[in-house]
Design a protein around this ligand. Structure first.
Ligand code: CA
Length: 223
């Protein structure tokens, strides 16, 4: 899951971007000052940084220069004025792209995808090393270790693993994993997914994060 750092002091702008990105399976970190943005690099290596230019402490341009001494992370600027666009283009800051406010969050997500595709190898292929379903023995291994799952947890994970990337609604999961779906409720699925994530997390945080919640829709498994 690509991680995106957003440095933007206006929460409504950041929130629409976060929502659009998380809907598309990006993980996001939002900070409101350039200093916090810079500090993020002490402990994290985001896959891309989105920088507002008018920040309360120092400008996005200055932040970009400082980041460049630490990292060659792709950078997308959010510009509010034409004069800022000129600066992005003129200063040779090493920015990868810019969008002008007001922007469509979906367009920004598309730009981000394009930048990541350009600058990095394609997102990881479906991997069967992290999670592997052994249909013959009805077991699932995580990083080579067999998971200790209840029957329902096993069925749920096997269903999700059968089609990575496909979103399954709670109703679909109930129908396929429960013999008597009428007796169970939507939140039964949520409880089992929570338990599954906890079990996966004991083996691998990456494995736990493969099961993703699509708010208002259901669940999907993404490698
Ligand atoms: Ca601002």
């Amino acid at each position: 899951m690509p991680s995106i750092l957003i440095v933007e002091d206006e929460s409504p702008i950041a929130d629409t971007l976060i929502y659009a990105l998380e809907t598309e399976n990006f993980s996001t970190t939002h900070v409101k000052t350039a200093q916090k943005g810079l500090e993020h690099f002490d402990s994290h290596a985001p896959d891309l940084a989105v920088l507002d230019i008018g920040l309360p402490d120092f400008t996005g341009f200055d932040l970009c220069r400082k980041i460049r001494t630490l990292s060659d992370v792709p950078i997308l600027f959010l510009t509010a004025r034409d004069s800022e666009v000129d600066q992005v283009l003129g200063l040779e800051l090493g920015a990868d792209d810019y969008v002008t406010k007001p922007f469509s969050p979906r367009a920004v997500v598309a730009r981000i995808r394009a930048i990541l595709r350009r600058g990095h190898p394609p997102l990881p292929e479906k991997s069967n090393e992290l999670l592997y379903h052994h249909a013959d023995t009805m077991s699932i291994t995580c990083c080579g270790t067999s998971l200790d799952l209840t029957a329902h947890e096993y069925k749920l994970l096997a269903i999700l693993l059968s089609q990575p990337g496909r979103v399954f609604t709670r109703e679909q999961l109930l129908e396929q994993a429960w013999e008597d779906p009428g007796s169970a409720m939507d939140r039964t699925i949520d409880a089992h997914i929570k338990a599954l994530r906890a079990k996966l997390r004991k083996h691998s945080e990456d494995a736990a994060q493969t099961i993703q919640t699509r708010r208002g829709l259901g669940y999907t498994l993404v490698f």
